[in-house]
Every structure is written in structure tokens, then in C-alpha cells.
Ligand binder design. Structure first.
Ligand code: SF4
Ligand code: SF4
Length: 291
């Protein structure tokens, strides 16, 4: 089996990258039972943990990239192995050695786009606020009620731009005094951190934090559960604390305060999918259901 360093050394590298909790695993296999990946592909978090514990990880293998960080198995683990953090530690090692299997080579392109343009999609920074064309959306200025941060996909993706536009329309209807940062926004950095690129995450986070502070932002409204997670739980690592609210929470707040009213019934059945990073990672289940 090929590894990037002798066994003992790779164990030390994994530990130094944050994967020390692997050693607590007693191979019960509960993580594999609940993992949604197992229903569609052969994938075993238990195997990844066992190999890492003995320094047998094939850093160049696709397996260390399969976990979507959905948050299901850490809730089940009786030994608090912290599978997500430990798994990201392996990706940090791969990133450090510059070893990416064919299936994830696109990480390099994504990283370059994040570095150059502040988004993973290869889009121009200057076009970041184009989603708002024709709407009454102002640049954020200090003293406004809230700063709306649509995030990368809602800013650029043709279908998702409609969500950003609908959000702005609702905020205007409710009389919310809000603004956006437009081309001054960067990707929040949550996903690139999960690929193990800690340096790029820190750079994106620091730039965003500086922008928030320079523009007097105190309360941030987000559409993406990933932006929510990282602003709320990871940016405080930089000794800052912004008030962060997800759109589902904010709409619930507006409706409860009588600032937004329903004028008619929506005559269709709707299935709501709890996003991993809103539900499991942050415990927000009630507000999206309006209770
Ligand atoms: S659930 Fe925890 S202890 Fe059990 S195999 Fe998975 S990582 Fe190891
Ligand atoms: S966190 Fe990763 S390994 Fe665990 S259940 Fe979700 S996808 Fe599977």
C-alpha cells in the first residue's frame, strides 16, 4: 500500500493536522450504518478511521474525499471520534503534499478562482451584484438594519439568482432597511476549509471580516446554511462576533412581528428538505416550518 510517508510519520502528520481523535475508534461500525453514501457507493468511514489509526492512509485515494460532512455519523459515534474534523485532517495532509486524485483535481481550479475572484465558480468579482439589477437594492452603509449576504451560488448561478432576487423583493415588501456588499463580498470559505486548505480559508475569512468591520456591519442575513455555519461558528475563531441570521429565521421573525403578512393560501403541498448545515450542524428545525 502506498503512502506519502513512513507509517509512524504519517500518524504524526495526521495528528498534527487535527486527526488525533481517530485513535478513540473501537470499530463498532455505527458510522457506516447511518452514512448516506453507503446507500449509493461503497464507502466506509470506519475503514478510513482504521487505516489512519495505523498510518496506512492512502492520501492519494479518492476515499478521503467522499465524506460530504453531512453530520450524521458524528451524532451516532459512541467514542466521539469527530469523523468530520478527523477526515478534514487527512485532506489537509493531501493539500499540503499537493496530492489530489483525478476526481477532485477540480479543487485546484476552485482554489485559483477563490484566490483571484473570491468565488469558486470562475466568475468575475465585478459581476457579483448583477443578480440585483433592476431591483431596489442599495449598497450596505453603516446604520442599516441588516446586511444581506447572498453568497456565491445565489450571486452567480442562473437559477439561484432568482432566490436572491425573491429575497430582496420580500425584504423590500417588509420595509427592511437592508443593503449588500456586492463585489466586496468574498466566498465565506466554509467548503474550501473542508477540502483541507486552511490557509485559503483564513485568507477569505480575514478579508470578509475586514470588509464587515470597515463597512460597519453588525447583523448579517444569509441564504446559505454553509455561510450561516461558518460566520456563526468559525469566524469567532478570529475573535469577532457578528449577529448572524438565516433567511428562514428572519422571515419567521418578520411574520411574527407583523411586518410581513400572508395575503392568500399557497394551494400546493411542499416537501421541505432540512439542509445538513442548518439542521444537524446548527439545530435550526422549527423556524423553517413556521413554528
Ligand atoms: S461510530 Fe465511531 S467508534 Fe464506531 S466505527 Fe465509527 S468512528 Fe469508530
Ligand atoms: S459525515 Fe461523512 S462519513 Fe459521516 S455520515 Fe455524513 S457523509 Fe457519511
Amino acid at each position: 500500500m502506498e503512502t506519502v510517508a513512513p507509517y509512524k510519520e504519517i500518524i504524526d502528520v495526521i495528528k498534527a493536522s487535527g486527526g488525533d481523535a481517530f485513535k478513540r475508534c473501537f470499530q463498532c461500525g455505527l458510522c457506516d450504518v447511518v452514512c448516506p453514501w453507503n446507500r449509493v457507493r461503497t464507502f466506509s468511514m470506519r475503514k478510513i478511521v482504521r487505516e489512519a489509526t495505523f498510518g496506512l492512509t492512502e492520501i492519494e485515494s479518492e476515499d478521503i474525499w467522499r465524506c460530504t460532512t453531512c453530520g450524521r455519523c458524528p451524532q451516532q459515534c459512541p467514542r466521539d471520534v469527530k469523523q468530520i474534523d478527523s477526515g478534514v485532517a487527512l485532506r489537509r495532509v493531501a493539500t499540503e503534499y499537493g496530492v489530489f486524485p483525478k476526481a477532485v483535481k477540480a479543487v485546484r481550479t476552485v482554489s485559483a478562482s477563490l484566490s483571484d475572484e473570491g468565488n469558486p465558480l470562475g466568475e468575475e468579482r465585478e459581476k457579483r451584484a448583477n443578480w440585483a439589477e433592476g431591483l431596489s437594492v442599495k449598497p450596505f452603509t453603516e446604520g442599516m438594519e441588516i446586511c444581506y449576504f447572498p453568497g456565491c451560488y445565489l450571486s452567480y448561478d442562473a437559477r439561484l439568482k432568482k432566490v436572491a432576487r425573491a429575497t430582496a423583493t420580500i425584504l423590500n415588501r417588509a420595509g427592511v432597511d437592508f443593503g449588500i456588499l456586492g463585489s466586496k463580498e468574498n466566498c465565506c470559505g466554509e467548503s474550501i476549509r473542508k477540502t483541507g486548505d486552511e490557509a485559503l480559508f483564513k485568507r477569505l475569512a480575514r478579508e470578509n471580516i475586514k470588509t464587515f468591520i470597515d463597512n460597519g456591519v453588525k447583523k448579517i442575513l444569509v441564504s446559505s446554511p454553509h455561510c450561516y455555519h461558518t460566520f456563526k461558528n468559525e469566524y469567532p475563531e478570529f475573535r469577532v462576533n457578528f449577529e448572524v441570521v438565516h433567511i428562514s429565521q428572519y422571515l419567521f421573525e418578520l411574520v411574527s412581528a407583523g411586518r410581513l403578512e400572508f395575503t392568500k393560501e399557497y394551494g400546493k403541498k411542499v416537501t421541505y428538505h432540512d439542509p445538513c448545515y442548518l439542521g444537524r450542524h446548527n439545530g435550526i428545525y422549527d423556524e423553517p416550518r413556521g413554528c
